[in-house]
Design a protein. Structure first.
Length: 264
């Protein structure tokens, strides 16, 4: 597994295939391994990069700090190390937040971005938002990472027949150092780029499961506020759409990329 020393940490990543670069950004508490079906599919036509964020997977797990802008800076530095001037960015959940941050901080480095079950902000200025954070923090402290991981995995994959997916995700979350996971989790609440949303010109695909945590209408509102965005809804899917519905996910992303690619 290749690693790159950037911004004081070692970042592990996958680098497979040839063609226009496509970078896959995973969610909180998991790793590049969740992108297996996408790596296999897109490496047939693209150069696919899938890093583990700092604090995750096989990358370094320093004491901190952690934040969406820090993760975005790591992605830019990794692109520099790998000689990638610009790329298609695909981000799931926290990875989608990082993609939005990249579109604000370094829009020239993005050919397009696909936001999967995510959005441009996670407020902490309402009772509902604070309750969500408090509930998660309490669950971690009371249950421990193993039981908490299973609880999160169960909510990510609602419905029957998801036991194997739940087991896989639960193990990944349980493997996180508690202190590092908590720092990453806390850093997400209060983050946002809403004030920049209408100025983002990067071609954007909002891809969402119809049973994601936030309603489809919320994603549609984001798309309507942007200059160059479209919404695709994948049926019978919760928060882990690329894992639950890999074929539908791959088809939607591939069609979108073909439509915006400079070489198309």
């Amino acid at each position: 597994m290749p690693e790159a020393r950037i911004n004081g940490v070692s970042i592990a990543y996958v680098d497979e295939g040839q063609g226009e670069p496509l970078i896959l950004l995973h969610g909180l508490g998991v790793s590049r391994k969740d992108w297996g079906p996408q790596i296999d599919f897109f490496s047939q036509s693209n150069r696919v990069i899938a890093p583990d964020f700092r604090g995750h997977g096989d990358s370094d797990k320093p004491d901190g700090p952690y934040s969406v802008p820090i993760h975005a800076a790591d992605v830019i530095s990794l692109m520099d190390v790998l000689g990638i001037p610009s790329a298609h960015i695909v981000g799931l959940s926290m990875g989608g937040m990082v993609a939005f941050q990249l579109a604000v901080d370094a829009p020239e480095r993005l050919l397009s971005m696909t936001i999967v079950n995510s959005g441009p902000a996670l407020p902490n200025d309402t009772f509902a938002a604070r309750k969500m954070l408090w509930t998660r923090l309490a669950a971690i402290h009371l249950l421990g990472m193993k039981a908490y991981g299973r609880k999160v995995a169960t909510t990510m994959f609602p419905g029957e027949g998801r036991e194997e997916l739940i087991d896989m995700l639960a193990k990944q979350i349980a493997s996180n150092p508690k202190k590092v996971y908590l720092k990453n989790l806390k850093s997400l609440f209060g983050w946002g780029v809403l004030e920049h949303l209408t100025a983002i010109q990067t071609p954007t695909l909002m891809l969402t499961g119809d049973r994601d945590y936030s309603p489809v209408a919320v994603k549609q509102a984001v798309v309507s506020a942007m200059q160059n965005a479209k919404l695709v809804v994948i049926a019978d899917s919760g928060h882990g759409t690329p894992i639950e519905k890999p074929e539908e996910t791959n088809t939607a992303i591939a069609e979108f990329i073909r439509g915006v690619s400079p070489t198309a």
